[in-house]
Design a protein around this ligand. Structure first.
Ligand code: SF4
Length: 155
């Protein structure tokens, strides 16, 4: 079983109340092949919500208290991101999921690249908070970009 970022399946859980639908992942959900998760909602944040980014560090740094997740106007929302990561891990373990396909560049779901904390759509190398926690616990993390590069699905 795989986890998938819920926004990729068409769930309106994105910060702006919209989604990042990809028909391939929506079809997998329809067929019962994947479990949709939204770490930010699981952490207790509302939808819509203010966009947030990791300041300076990585998801791993956030998990050990060395970096923070903040909104554009400076509100510290770190605790919600950490809670959401652990709730997502709980679902993965309960479902015996070995893989998670997450939304690229997100401060929660980003795999290898995240927005750089400047709120200008620039990215830098790092995992999001949930991606980092899943990897630390032996779950393979990939993203929709990887599926597109391999030709499994289209944007
Ligand atoms: Fe939720 Fe992750 Fe999608 Fe953000 S990228 S809306 S946290 S599932």
């Amino acid at each position: 079983m795989k986890l998938v970022s819920a926004c990729l399946c068409g769930v309106n859980c994105k910060y702006n109340g919209k989604n990042n639908i990809n028909l391939y992942f929506m079809e997998l959900l329809r067929e019962g092949e994947v479990i949709p998760v939204c770490p930010e909602q699981l952490g207790g944040l509302p939808t819509p919500r203010k966009p947030a980014e990791i300041l300076g560090g990585s998801g791993q740094d956030v998990l050990v208290g060395n970096s923070r997740v903040v909104t554009r106007d400076g509100l510290d929302v770190t605790e919600y991101y950490i809670k959401g990561a652990y709730e997502t891990l709980k679902i993965a373990q309960l479902a015996d999921a070995d893989t998670a396909v997450l939304k690229s560049r997100s401060p929660s779901c980003g795999n290898g690249y995240i927005y750089d904390g400047s709120f200008s759509y620039k990215t830098r190398k790092a995992d999001g908070v949930t991606a980092a926690l899943l990897k630390e616990n032996g779950i393979r993390v990939t993203d929709e970009d990887d599926y597109m590069e391999k030709g499994v699905c289209q944007d």
